[in-house]
Design a protein around this ligand. Structure first.
Ligand SMILES: Cc1cc2nc3c(=O)[nH]c(=O)nc-3n(C[C@H](O)[C@H](O)[C@H](O)COP(=O)(O)OP(=O)(O)OC[C@H]3O[C@@H](n4cnc5c(N)ncnc54)[C@H](O)[C@@H]3O)c2cc1C
Ligand SMILES: *[C@@H]1O[C@H](CO)[C@@H](O)[C@H](O)[C@H]1NC(C)=O
Ligand SMILES: *[C@@H]1O[C@H](CO)[C@@H](O)[C@H](O)[C@H]1NC(C)=O
Ligand SMILES: *[C@@H]1O[C@H](CO)[C@@H](O)[C@H](O)[C@H]1NC(C)=O
Ligand SMILES: *[C@@H]1O[C@H](CO)[C@@H](O)[C@H](O)[C@H]1NC(C)=O
Ligand SMILES: *[C@@H]1O[C@H](CO)[C@@H](O)[C@H](O)[C@H]1NC(C)=O
Ligand SMILES: *[C@@H]1O[C@H](CO)[C@@H](O)[C@H](O)[C@H]1NC(C)=O
Ligand SMILES: *[C@@H]1O[C@H](CO)[C@@H](O)[C@H](O)[C@H]1NC(C)=O
Ligand SMILES: *[C@@H]1O[C@H](CO)[C@@H](O)[C@H](O)[C@H]1NC(C)=O
Length: 582
């Protein structure tokens, strides 16, 4: 392993400045647009950009959070871990999780231009070819297949030199073998080296590709809302605009139409209430929801679209009774496995020392270089369990992983407090093909109160078995000769996990999320009796309403999802343009 140099391949475009960004309702020059897009994350920023390519198409993008510009913790790649409990995040909490021994966990979602792409850890994975081919099968739309998605993937990716300036030859190019890492070679039967995990075939250990543009985060905001696009006079972006509902505007061929969006720019904290006046903006063609797997469900349900019993209990009139809205919430459980190491060259020197952190931020400010230009991720590995005694296989096929491991050159945990001293390595395990399904349900008609979020983490024996298998594999890696003299011993909680019962208790006590909620308003084939949208994102049995974000995925990808959702955005935009002849 090359522990002191993180490989980073940047993607997308550099930082934006702004022309048509509005901060107040009064400034917005129109009340009617062709398209009104709700939420400026991975899905919404792509739609806003692509639909406004045609100068005659008027597009409004509404975002609850503020601008991304000047938000240092979002810009500098090493810093976003701190954003989870700030005003740049929705600061959600889950319901008690039985798979986590009854713990509730913090559930971050980005709340600024770029959405979670402005706060995430920047790992960039396309998912396997089998995954996309399964999407095609589950939706009955061959357009979602791996082969047919290639052109949309290429529309999203733009490789640039590595952020820290190191030579990336051999990290995604088969011609060189010297950077493969010792552990991989030693354990090659379990962990073959994978030169490019974005080739369609993911299994093995390799170098991560990341959404970093030379030295700063590349997000939906910095790329798709860059200055050259914000200068389009037909694209308006309103920040601080919390959408409270969408409204029925009539019926088209017997179907309820939803072409009005109600929102407020009152500054209401999560859980607060607001009597400030609501504003309505109309779309002549479509309203497109891209508020993410939690936000989109909350808006649908507040608008009378969802399971009738749940809505009636809160006094909300049901306009479309669809039990699939908010069902099947799926996420990837994560566990930070920590080890003491014999080195002074870990990022702990920075994270445990506020003075040094400030010095390194100053270096980045002055030079756009220094130790903070990389993310904390060093290598990613993807693997399968040979068999699972607890149920049918959940993966899309035999070359799609059940779990992922992530190497980090320091102490990285959301459940164990950072010690005041020491040097560490973290090998994260994440279950990427879980069987458990959860829900997003409303608890209130107040749009500023978060819905109940129950991702049902490790809620099946199947998922627990995968996590136990992943931790066991990590312990085997850590015990390999290649680490002799480097890894000293496991951290306290992991060190105590010496029996099957203790291992399970450790997993339940320390697991959390890798922040990938999805599947709460799933696509299904046209005419299906379940699901929320057709394969083009159009909401079933309604008119004028489409969804393009993580909620429409029929199954969670065994991958980091941001690229997958960018690709949904690219194809979604293409389908909209075709439908309206744009
Ligand atoms: C901490 C963290 C780390 C992550 N790390 C990675 C990673 O390394 N790699 C990876 O691939 N993925 C990662 N992800 C996940 C990835 O970022 C998300 O899956 C992806 O951004 C989801 O796209 P989306 O469009 O569905 O939602 P989002 O990107 O979350 O965008 C939704 C947008 O809608 C806005 N919104 C919500 N409700 C309303 C409302 N009522 N009114 C107006 N606006 C609203 C939100 O503020 C937000 O801007 C991470 C996520 C987090 C939070
Ligand atoms: C986040 O939520 C926690 C717990 O619910 C709360 O204590 C904290 O004040 C919130 N932070 C912000 C910035 O809203
Ligand atoms: C990168 O490394 C390769 C292999 O060592 C070498 O051939 C190439 O010249 C290097 N490139 C640069 C720009 O140094
Ligand atoms: C929006 O549409 C609704 C329903 O058609 C209509 O009553 C309202 O006047 C429209 N608002 C604007 C600002 O055009
Ligand atoms: C949940 O997903 C499964 C398929 O994965 C589907 O059969 C089922 O109908 C979904 N549940 C709801 C309530 O939509
Ligand atoms: C780390 O630094 C300490 C204090 O300077 C020193 O004693 C120790 O030998 C160093 N360890 C390594 C592995 O370099
Ligand atoms: C913290 O960083 C400062 C600045 O580099 C340095 O002078 C100091 O020795 C560091 N403190 C510790 C405990 O390492
Ligand atoms: C770095 O720049 C940001 C934005 O200009 C500023 O807020 C911050 O104080 C600077 N930090 C340091 C340590 O120089
Ligand atoms: C859509 O309407 C049709 C016809 O009424 C019905 O059969 C179908 O179940 C509905 N689908 C959903 C998801 O509500």
């Amino acid at each position: 392993m090359h522990l002191s140099s993180y490989p980073v391949l940047g993607l997308l475009l550099p930082i934006a400045c702004v022309a048509t960004l509005y901060e107040a309702i009064e400034d917005l020059p129109a009340t009617t647009y062709d398209f009104v897009i709700v939420g400026a994350g991975a899905g919404g920023t792509v739609l806003a950009n692509r639909l406004s390519e045609n100068a005659n198409t008027k597009v409004l993008l509404l975002e609850a959070g503020p601008s991304n510009l000047g938000v240092t913790d979002s810009i500098i790649p090493m810093l976003p871990q701190g954003l989870a409990v700030t005003t740049y995040d929705w600061n959600y909490t889950t319901t008690p999780q039985s798979g986590f021994a009854g713990r509730s966990i913090n559930y971050p979602r980005g709340r600024l231009l770029g959405g979670s792409t402005s706060t995430n850890t920047m790992a960039y994975t396309r998912a396997s070819n089998e995954e996309w081919d399964r999407y095609a099968k589950l939706t009955g739309d061959d357009g979602w297949s791996w082969d047919n998605m290639q052109k949309f993937m290429l529309m999203n990716e733009k490789f640039v030199a590595s952020a820290d300036g190191h030579n990336t030859t051999g990290q995604y190019d088969p011609s060189l073998h010297s950077t493969t890492g010792m552990t991989t070679q030693e354990l090659s039967e379990d962990w073959p080296f994978n030169l490019d995990m974005n080739s369609g075939s993911m299994l093995g250990i390799g170098w991560p590709q990341q959404s970093i543009a030379t030295s700063a985060r590349s997000s939906g905001a910095t790329a798709y809302l860059a200055a050259e696009f914000m200068s389009r006079s037909n694209l308006h972006v309103l920040v601080n605009a919390h959408v409270t509902r969408i409204l029925q505007t009539g019926t088209d061929s017997g179907k309820p139409a939803f072409r009005s969006v109600e929102y407020t720019t009152a500054d209401v904290p999560t859980g607060g209430t607001s009597t400030a006046p609501r504003t309505v903006v109309n779309a002549t063609k479509e309203v497109i929801l891209a508020a993410g797997a939690i936000g989109t469900v909350q808006i649908l349900k507040l608008s009378g679209i969802g399971p009738q019993a749940e809505l009636s209990a809160l006094g909300i009139k049901t306009i479309l009774n669809n039990p699939s809205v908010g069902a099947n919430l799926t996420d990837h459980p994560l566990l930070s496995n920590l080890f003491y190491v014999n080195s002074n060259e870990t990022f702990d020197s920075i994270t445990m020392n506020g003075t040094l952190t400030e010095e390194d931020i100053a270096i980045w400010n002055a030079t756009q270089q220094g130790p903070l230009v990389d993310s904390p991720l060093a290598h990613l590995g993807w693997a399968r369990v040979p068999s699972n005694p607890y149920g049918p296989d959940t993966t899309a096929g035999p070359t799609t992983p059940h779990y992922e491991i992530l190497f980090s050159n320091g102490f990285l945990s959301t459940t164990t407090p950072l010690p005041s001293s020491g040097h560490f390595m973290t090998i994260v395990s994440a279950i990427t093909s879980p069987a458990a399904r959860g829900t997003v349900t409303l608890t209130s008609t107040n749009p500023f109160i978060q819905p109940n979020i129950d991702p049902n983490m490790l809620g099946t024996d199947y998922d627990m078995y995968l996590m136990e298998s992943a931790v066991t594999a990590i312990l085997k890696i850590a015990a390999a000769d290649a680490w002799k003299g480097y890894i000293i011993k496991p951290f306290e909680d992991l060190a105590a996990a010496t029996t099957p019962d203790a291992l399970k208790a450790y997993i339940q006590a320390k697991s959390a999320t890798i922040f990938h909620p999805a599947c709460t308003a799933a696509m299904s084939p046209k005419g299906a009796s379940w699901g929320v949208t057709d394969p083009d994102g159009v909401v079933k049995n309604l008119s004028g309403l489409r969804i393009i974000d993580a909620s429409i995925l029929p199954v969670i990808p065994s991958a980091h999802p941001q690229a997958v959702i960018y690709f949904l955005g690219e194809r979604g935009a293409s389908l909209v343009k075709t439908q309206y002849g744009l």
